[in-house]
Design a protein around this ligand. Structure first.
Ligand SMILES: [Zn+2]
Length: 468
């Protein structure tokens, strides 16, 4: 079995790969013309020139590089003469970096690449949702060299084997998908992520990832969903080899090097001792690269002060409250799926995943409850529209001079990117306690009430310093 690993553009990742000579890398650039799977606020940023150098080093070290062009939508700009020329130019640049593979979702894009860049090998993205013999044959007939099959069929061996028999091209499965099984948001989420990473799109990288929080909320409220997700256990790699799968694709590009290498090690050794949920994309401390919040703090699109109330939502260590002990999952876990057809079954009548959950999943109700509350509050604010509404704020004339000074001083401790949101939030929070002018006490109280949890300790210290 071969492995493809997500590239986070960290040079240490290349160093860490020395123990895994046979691995292939895949990566993309957010904010570029044909972007793809991860929006700019989560994907690690890199310039074309630095990406080019990175790919060159990877290729020199002997690693194949698959450049992601897997946008699910190009705004119909692909049908304009100016944009068509830019697309050709961009793919020309990709080829010039030495990348030997590209991944696409749009059939027209595959045809363009096949015609104009015959040397590039082309993989079909999982977003093309190839889950039948017919679709696989079609993509192969227009020139696909590999297909990343939809993760929906990761445990559907009848279909995997039928596709294997029907096509010659390389077949790839995502090893550690985090999406809900049968996710109703999958097409929409692909488009949201695409436009969120597409250079020149009118949203300019701004989005609130409603899909991610809806799905995470679902997993947290109904933890047996975690078993239904179509992840592949490192111990079960051989079953996929037997089914004729050539390669497993290990995601996610926005994770740290240490995390990515630990995944690769587990799949290479076909053994994982620990919490299987940590292989997925649920919030976990130190597993993710920091988000690019500059894309999110856009006052013209949203009430950033209200958005900031949810600043710690992805930092809350959900995986610590959901422990799926791999050693407690029966070794023949996968056998069940070889005889059962999930697509035509009702989970409530089947109950297999629920059974596994009761055996192997330990839920810390307290921790999980806190997380569920956070997701629900954000989702409610998005649906009610509250997060878009501006608060009425009092006038600064009602503040005494010292209050204004204290406020300015505290603002200086707020990272520049958050400052505007903080200023607005405090102005809407502050109340005069004695019916007269707003004083220093009132300002400090407002700061303590309104500062999001990750920054509260710092502000507490600064207030103590200021008042001592
Ligand atoms: Zn679109």
């Amino acid at each position: 079995m071969k492995f493809e690993l997500a590239c986070n553009w960290d040079v240490n990742l290349l160093k860490g790969l020395e123990k895994f000579p046979d691995v292939e890398l895949f990566g993309g650039i957010p904010g570029s013309l044909i972007a793809g799977g991860r929006a700019s606020f989560v994907a690690p940023e890199i310039t074309e020139s630095d990406a080019g150098k990175y790919i060159e080093s990877a290729r020199k070290a002997g690693y194949s590089f698959n450049f992601l062009l897997n946008a699910s939508c190009l705004d119909n700009r692909e049908y304009r003469k100016d944009e068509f020329a830019k697309i050709i130019q961009h793919i020309g640049w990709v080829e010039s970096t030495g990348a030997d593979w590209v991944t696409v979702t749009i059939p027209y894009l595959l045809e363009i690449i096949r015609r104009h860049f015959p040397e590039l090998k082309i993989a079909v993205s999982s977003w093309a949702r190839v889950e039948s013999v017919r679709k696989a044959q079609y993509w192969e007939s227009i020139g696909a060299d590999a297909i990343v099959l939809s993760e929906e069929i990761n445990r559907d061996f009848k279909t995997l084997e039928a596709i294997r028999k029907a096509v010659k091209c390389k077949l790839i499965l995502i090893a550690n998908p985090g999406c809900l099984y049968g996710c109703p948001r999958s097409f929409y989420h692909a488009n949201v992520m695409t436009h969120g990473s597409q250079g020149g799109h009118s949203s300019e990288g701004f989005l609130v990832d409603h899909c991610y929080f809806s799905c995470t909320s679902e997993k947290v409220r109904h933890p047996e969903e975690l078993i239904k997700i179509r992840w592949i256990r490192p111990e079960d790699v051989e079953d996929y080899e037997m089914a004729g799968i050539d390669c497993l694709k290990i995601i996610d590009r926005y994770k740290t090097t240490e995390t990515l290498l630990s995944y690769l090690k587990a799949y290479s050794e076909r053994r994982y001792d620990g919490n299987l949920v940590e292989l997925l994309n649920l919030p976990r401390k130190k597993a993710f690269l920091p988000a690019n919040v500059k894309y999110l703090l856009r006052d013209e699109y949203i009430n950033t002060a209200k958005l900031m109330e949810f600043a710690d939502i992805t930092d809350y260590p959900v995986t610590e409250g959901l422990v799926l002990d791999n050693s407690r999952i029966p070794s023949n876990f996968l056998s069940f799926f070889k005889t059962k057809d999930c697509a035509t079954s009702d989970c409530r009548e089947c109950g297999y995943c629920g059974l596994i959950a009761r055996k192997a999943l330990k839920v810390d109700e307290g921790m999980v409850g806190v997380a569920a509350g956070k997701y629900e509050a954000l989702l409610e604010s998005l649906v009610s529209g509250d997060i878009y509404r501006e608060d009425s704020t009092g006038s600064a004339d009602e503040w005494d001079a010292d209050a204004g000074k204290a406020h300015k001083k505290l603002l200086d401790f707020v990272p520049a990117v958050f400052r505007q949101a903080a200023e607005k939030k405090i102005a809407s929070e502050v109340r005069a306690s004695n019916g007269g002018k707003v004083g220093v006490d009132d300002i400090c109280a407002a700061w303590l009430r309104a500062t999001p949890a990750p920054f509260r300790k710092l502000i507490e210290e600064k207030i103590m310093e200021m008042r001592s």
